[in-house]
Design a protein around this ligand. Structure first.
Ligand code: HOZ
Length: 425
């Protein structure tokens, strides 16, 4: 038996499904997951000693590739001084200053431990600030696993067949209204049906948990205008797009202002970090300044801050990385489209910046309905063939491929050769 399979068998006895996060169980692709022992640059290594070109990149944060020396060295330095203090440190100020410098329309930041926590807290702030209870999210968008956001959710909630989770009280679910991504009229209809009762609209500015779906021209500015008209706060969940579309994230990329922005893993450089930010007026409503309570012993943890700071500083001093990874992703997407055409495989490949995703469907994918209509069994077969040839993709259709600055020309050639084989097989 393969070492990963043996570990999986052992894991299933003590962890639900053998994992600590559902998508990793590979259920959507019907296989046993690879257990990972280490990662370096563009590659991850499994317990059986095989290496793979990795396009999961820890679900996005490893934008500089795995185990980048600048980040590792900062972490090693921080560890020498202690692991957790539960008290303020200078690094927390530095990372907040950096985020405020780089991301438009953010005047204050609160650090937390994950994207889920950032979203949960930003939503509480939006409700506290507006005195309204209802929230609008989009079908197939994923904002972590807080109760309010597990209604028509994407990512592994969708792949696992539970887009609206058990255990979410009916009263909570009732306050989460769902609109359709890229459909402003569906938002307008909710605003009309619940006048004066909606606190916030939360959106992934690029949907990346239904596979990657770009916002259509006018969608994000339209949301901004509708929110302004109705006194509703607009929240960009930039857990995926933040510091990935560019240093300024989606607000900068699309030229649309959000009232609150949530960040996740990428600002931790691989350590568990999240944050939410916005105007001073809004953020000063958070405790201890204001009445919206939110706290955490590990918030601003010194080791996590060291990793995050190192990654963000590296990105700031090497902005050319964004052109490099965007170019790689565009060539990857073009190569995949060409291979699909040669083999007669119906595949629509979406790409924006360094995010890519193939959908096994003949038509263009611009909505959640299009994404959901793609052939997930074909994706599972493709995934298995790619893995066999040494390329690790997300083990589910409704996720993204992430390109890092550690991916090389040789990786691109090897990946496209594997795609050719996979589509032909
Ligand atoms: N929902 C996350 C992916 N979009 C899961 C990440 C993980 O399992 O690490």
């Amino acid at each position: 038996m393969e070492r990963s399979e043996a570990l999986f068998e052992r894991a299933r006895r003590v962890l639900p499904g053998g994992v600590n996060s559902p998508v990793r169980a590979y259920r959507a692709v019907g296989m046993a997951p690879r257990f990972i022992t280490r990662a370096e640059g563009s590659r991850i290594y499994d317990a059986g000693g095989r290496s793979y070109i990795d396009y999961v990149c820890s679900w996005g944060p490893m934008i500089l590739g795995h185990n980048h020396p600048a980040i590792r060295e900062e972490v090693e330095r921080a560890v020498k001084d202690g692991l957790s203090f539960g008290a303020p440190t200078e690094r927390e100020i530095e990372i907040a200053e950096l985020i405020i410098e780089l991301v438009p329309h953010i005047e204050m930041v609160r650090m937390v431990n994950s994207g889920t926590e950032a979203v949960m807290s930003a939503l509480r702030l939006a409700r506290g600030a507006t005195g309204r209870d209802k929230l609008v999210k989009f079908e197939g968008c994923y904002h972590g696993h807080s109760d309010a956001m597990l209604v028509n959710a994407g990512s592994s909630a969708l792949a696992g067949g539970h887009p609206s989770s058990a255990g979410v009280p009916e009263g909570v679910a009732r306050d989460t209204l769902t609109a359709r991504f890229n459909d402003l009229s569906s938002v307008e209809a909710l605003f009309d049906a619940h006048p004066g009762r909606i606190a916030a609209v939360i959106v992934e500015p690029v949907a990346a948990n239904m596979g990657v779906v770009r916002p259509e021209e006018g969608f994000l500015p339209g949301l901004r205008a509708l929110c302004d008209k109705n006194g509703v706060l607009l929240i960009f969940d930039e857990v995926i797009t933040g510091f990935r579309l560019g240093l300024g994230g989606a607000q900068d990329y699309f030229g649309v202002r959000a009232d609150l922005v949530t960040f996740g893993k990428i600002i931790g450089g691989g350590m568990p970090v999240g944050a939410y930010g916005g105007s001073r007026a809004l953020l000063e409503q958070v405790a201890p300044c204001g009445p919206v309570y939110q706290a955490g012993t590990l918030s601003g943890n010194p080791v996590a801050m060291a990793a995050g700071l190192a990654q963000l500083r590296w990105l700031r001093t090497h902005p050319e990385i964004y052109r490099q990874i965007g170019d790689y992703a565009a060539r990857l997407a073009a190569g995949m489209r060409a291979a699909a055409e040669r083999s007669g495989t119906p595949v629509a490949v979406n790409q924006i910046g360094s995010l890519v995703s193939p959908f096994f469907t003949p038509a263009a994918v611009t909505t959640f309905t299009d994404a959901k209509g793609s052939d997930t069994a074909a994706y599972a077969r493709y995934f298995a063939r790619m893995l066999e040839q040494g390329v690790a993709l997300a083990p589910a259709q409704f996720e993204a491929m992430f390109v890092s600055s550690a991916h090389t020309e040789a990786d691109l050639a090897a990946t496209l050769a594997a795609v050719e084989e996979s589509f032909a097989g």
